[in-house]
Structures are given as C-alpha cells and as structure tokens.
Design a protein around this ligand. Structure first.
Ligand SMILES: *Cc1c(COP(=O)(O)O)cnc(C)c1O
Length: 356
C-alpha cells in the first residue's frame, strides 16, 4: 500500500491510520465475519420486494428515516425521538467519535473491536485502552481510575465483548457505567446481545450521557442491508442526528428492516440454533489437544492455537475461512471462528482435529 508523503493535503492522522484490516477471500465455508449463516427468509424477501416496488424511487426517502424510527421504537419500547439510525452501527461509532471524541478523549479496553480505535485515530482523539483481565472480563477498578480522571470524551463498552465473546456480570457493567461521570459519553455496544440473552436498555434509559448501539447485521441476518441504531435520550439524539447526513437510509434498507421487525420469529429461531451450535462446537473443541477455546456468549468462538498462521492456512486448505486475531493485544495464536450451519461446524471440527 502506498502512503503519505505524496498527499500533503491529507490530514496526518488519516495517513498514519491503517485501513480496516480485511481481505476478501473465497472459501467453501465462510466463517470469518460473524454473519448469520442463513439468508433472510425467501418469503420475507418477497414482502420487501412488494414494498420496494410500490415506493417512488425518484423521491428522497424520509429525512431521518422517521417511519423506521417509529417501527424500531415500538419494537424496542423506546421513544423514537431518542433513536438515531445509520447504514450499519459502524457509522454510529464514527459519528459518536465526531460528536464527543475529536480533540477529546476516547477510552476503551484492549483487545477490542477495531473500529473504536480506527475512528479515534483518524479523528485525532486521545485514545486510552485499558488491558482486560486474563479471562477477558472488564478491569472494573482500572477503568474506574481512568474514568475518575474525567472526560470530556467517549467511553466504549462492548457486551458481550468482541473479539473474545465474554459477557460480563451485570454488576460489573453497572459499576463501570456508574464510575463514568457525565463528562463521558458512555456507549454500550450490544451487537451480539441476542446470543447472550442480555439486554441493558434499562441502564441507558433516561440517561443523557449514555447510548446503546444495536445492529441488524448479526442475529437478524441482514449484514448486506446495512442498518444500525442508537438508543438514547431525545436531547442527545438531536445532537448526534446533526452529524448524520440527511436521507442516509435508502428505500430498500427501510423496507427490509420494517418487514424483519414485523416478522421476528425467524430471528429467534436462528438465535436458538446458533446458541445450541456454539455450545456444541465449544464442548467438542474443549477436547482439542493443542487448541484452547474460550467460552462465548456470541455467535463466534475465540480459539488460541500454537501457531495462528499455520492453523489459518490449514483450515483454508480444507475450505474453511476464519479470521486471524493474533495481532490483537494478548491474542497471540488466536483465530476467531463464526458459528455456521451445523454441517459447516462439523467440517470445522473435523479440520480442527486433523490439525492437532
Ligand atoms: C459486527 C459488529 C458491529 C456491527 O457493525 P455494522 O456496521 O452494524 O454491521 C458493531 N459492533 C461490534 C462489536 C461488532 O462486532
């Protein structure tokens, strides 16, 4: 990749930030992006298509996806004025960093979800990452110390955590949220909450300094449709909404998400299977002679191998694409495997034991 010197107009913070680390690779079994292994149900696609077809494509959509905010508000029992919608929650992470991180602080843990770091770096925030405990639980006291030093800035918490899959006790989540004064904008990212059976909406409700992030990319099986949302107070949503470009939710995305929310049974069914498969793969992998698997409350498993590069290549040779995680803090040897369909998980287990 070429960088820097020839583009003096580009801000230095952007030039020195690496691009999002992802290389598309073709493989028979695609277990690298934590996607839902099942496509959106065909009969629901038909309903979406009817709605998209009768919409006027020559007209701009709702300025701030107002109708979709109402539908999400009903589903989540949340005031639609406190909801902000973007094409994927990654965009919300960028907007929140613009809102309260530029020239201020960003606090999170390490290892963590790459986007918090990337946005902090590109937007010139002062980034602090506190090491997680060895079991990937939150270091409540260490975070408390950083929080006590005060913001202003953004504090990112991920429950369950990525890339480990660990779910903290509710008491730990409450403790770090309580330790953050209102000079911090606390963001709780619940991208995988359905797989954990956790729901922290009540810790966010009515709090001007707290935001909950959710997405349609994982449990709902709609990563290709791009939709994420923030739940917060109307006052904070009004400020955050200013940073979101107008008309940014297209007709197809809005129609798809509305149909999904009117027919949520498919999602619950897939989450049930995903959780059962996760536990099955976890139990079997726990018997692996050289690989160590970490308990997970998400739709993926973090696995420590003696040699991440060799394990990754060995899996790929057997048609299995996973994600390397070994460049992350304390993640030497680690790979991340997204739970697939039962036969894909079988193929993974077979390969894993061949590679021991
Ligand atoms: C997958 C994921 C998201 C969702 O990203 P989208 O842009 O909504 O697809 C957010 N946070 C974490 C931690 C994730 O793993």
């Amino acid at each position: 990749m070429t960088t820097s010197q020839s583009l003096p107009s580009v801000r230095e913070a952007v030039r020195r930030t690496p691009a999002y680390p992802f290389t598309p690779i073709d493989a028979r079994y695609k277990l690298d992006q934590n996607e839902n292994p099942y496509d959106f149900p065909e009969e629901l696609k038909v309903l979406v298509w009817e709605r998209v077809r009768s919409a006027e494509w020559n007209r701009y959509p709702d300025i701030h996806a107002d109708h979709l905010r109402e539908v999400i508000g009903r589903y989540e029992d949340w005031d639609p004025k406190g909801i902000v919608i973007t094409p994927g929650s990654n965009v919300l992470i960028q907007k929140i960093t613009e809102l309260a991180g530029i020239g201020q602080k960003v606090l999170t843990v390490k290892p963590t979800f790459a986007i918090y770091q990337l946005e902090a770096s590109m937007l010139g925030a002062n980034l602090t990452q506190v090491p997680l405990n060895p079991d990937f639980s939150m270091p409540v006291e260490d975070l408390g110390r950083e929080l006590a030093a005060g913001g202003p800035g953004v504090f990112y918490v991920t429950e369950p955590h990525a890339p480990s899959g660990f779910l903290d006790d509710r008491a730990a989540v409450e403790a770090v949220l309580e330790a953050a004064s209102n000079s911090w904008l606390t963001v709780l990212d619940e991208a995988y909450h359905q797989y954990a059976g956790c729901d922290h909406r009540d810790l966010i409700r009515g709090r001007e300094d707290r935001v909950l992030l959710r997405t349609f990319s994982k449990a709902w099986g709609l990563a290709g449709i791009r939709l994420g949302y923030a739940l917060t107070t109307p006052a904070l949503a009004t400020e955050l909404q200013k940073l979101v470009p107008a008309f940014n939710i297209n007709v197809l995305t809005a129609a798809t998400v509305e149909v999904a929310l009117e027919n949520p049974a498919y999602m619950h069914e897939r989450v049930r299977e995903g959780v059962a498969e996760r536990e099955r793969v976890y139990a079997r992998l726990s018997e692996h002679p050289t690989w160590q698997v970490y308990p997970s409350r998400t739709n993926f498993l973090l696995i420590r191998t003696p040699d991440a590069s060799a394990a990754y290549r060995g899996l790929l040779e057997r048609g299995l694409l996973v994600r390397r995680q070994d460049s992350g803090y304390t993640l030497e040897g680690c790979l991340r495997m997204g739970i697939g369909k039962p036969h894909e998980n079988d193929a993974f287990l077979e390969a894993a034991f061949e590679l021991s």
